[in-house]
Design a protein around this ligand. Structure first.
Ligand code: UFG
Length: 333
């Protein structure tokens, strides 16, 4: 039989492209399916590419008819917390419909292994730090809700149709491959680290700090920044773990270290050697004060260990990418 593909939905996006690259370097045959709404063609430099949209069930069916698919990694989703507060319909329609169409095709074609991109945004306000996988899930924004609903749907499909799924709940993905070939690139960019680095590069005048009156030591929100390469390694381990999964299993992916918005700005100043202007503004609706995860389970069961623990080393890789991205954007594809 022809060797099967690992289907990577959203493989042209930030995290999906790093996973696609890693899997190819390990000899896997990958099939990237992306609609390029937020992904980038130049990020798909490995594997086979199909341009298409998961919201269109006929296109998904055609994909599964055409290619032998062994298992699936599902990244494709809208993922901006702030935008999801303003446009919840966009988030529910896209993130839920895409997942259902994908799962239906998997069931119809007897593809039973799934690694799902979930999020710490499914937890909401933390009642204990670090957050473990059994922490209550009460999302504060529609993005987190949509990921939680996806989890519920996938769990039900596992139970009813015999799928096996691993959900990985990432904390704040950050950084870029150390050779800066691919990295973080959103338009518009809502995320803290690239915004702060754009200030260092002179592309923005200042960074808005979304609230400094939170119940944290310096009043700004705390996040657990986890390097995208470490997230990619965890996906490889999750893929290899799939045949041991009976139904559904979930793992947090974080460093276990929390950094405030101000601490991230300070790290970016150290790494870039430049002053970074900021101004305090209103809180961003939907933001929990503190998200720091325990990844003890992923370490124990998957044998995963993040290689980048310090914020400076994470920001360093982002800085190298961000300076390159500026050059890249000036060149045509
Ligand atoms: N922030 C600012 N100013 C900015 C941008 C962000 O102060 O210009 C703050 C945010 O309020 C937040 C922190 O910096 O407190 C990090 O914000 P990001 O937008 O970089 O990341 P989020 O925490 O909102 O969201 C990210 C991913 C989600 C994921 C979530 C989990 O986008 O997919 O992490 O926290 F679910």
């Amino acid at each position: 039989m022809e060797e099967s593909y690992i289907l990577i939905t959203g493989g042209a996006g930030y995290i999906g492209s790093h996973v696609n690259r890693l899997l190819n370097s390990k000899g896997f045959r990958t099939l990237v399916f992306d609609n390029f709404v937020t992904g980038h063609r130049r990020f798909v430099q490995w594997g086979q590419l199909v341009h298409g949209d998961l919201r269109d069930s006929a296109q998904v069916e055609e994909l599964f008819n055409r290619y032998p698919i062994g298992s699936v990694m599902h990244f494709a989703a809208f993922a901006y917390v702030g935008e999801s507060m303003a446009s919840p319909a966009k988030y529910y329609r896209n993130n839920l419909l895409s997942t259902i169409n994908l799962l239906d095709a998997m069931v119809r074609h007897g593809v039973d292994g799934l690694v799902f991109s979930s999020s710490c945004a499914t937890y909401g306000q933390s009642t204990e730090i670090p957050i473990k996988e059994d922490h209550p899930q009460q999302p504060l924004n529609p993005y987190g809700q949509s990921k939680l609903m996806d989890e519920v749907i996938i769990k039900d499909y596992c139970r009813a149709y015999g799928l096996n799924a691993v959900a990985l709940r990432y904390f704040n993905a950050a950084g870029a491959g150390i050779d800066a070939v691919i990295g973080e690139w959103h338009e518009p960019e809502p995320h803290l680290i690239p915004i702060v680095l754009d200030v260092a590069l002179g592309k923005r005048q200042y960074v808005d700090i979304y609230g400094d009156d939170y119940s944290s030591p310096d009043g700004t929100c705390i996040r657990d920044y986890i390097h995208v390469q470490d997230i990619a390694e965890a996906h490889l381990k999750a893929l290899l773990h799939l045949d041991k999964v009976k139904g559904w299993e979930v793992f947090n992916l974080g460093n276990g270290n929390g950094y405030s918005v101000r601490q991230v700005i300070a790290a970016a100043e150290r790494v870039s050697g430049r002053a970074i202007a900021s101004r305090v503004c209103e809180r961003r609706p939907g933001d929990p004060v503190c998200l720091v995860g325990s990844s003890a389970k992923a370490r124990e069961v998957l044998g995963w260990k993040p290689g980048f623990a310090e914020i400076d080393t994470i920001v360093e890789t982002a800085w190298r990418w961000q300076t390159r991205l500026n050059e890249l954007l000036k060149k045509p594809l």
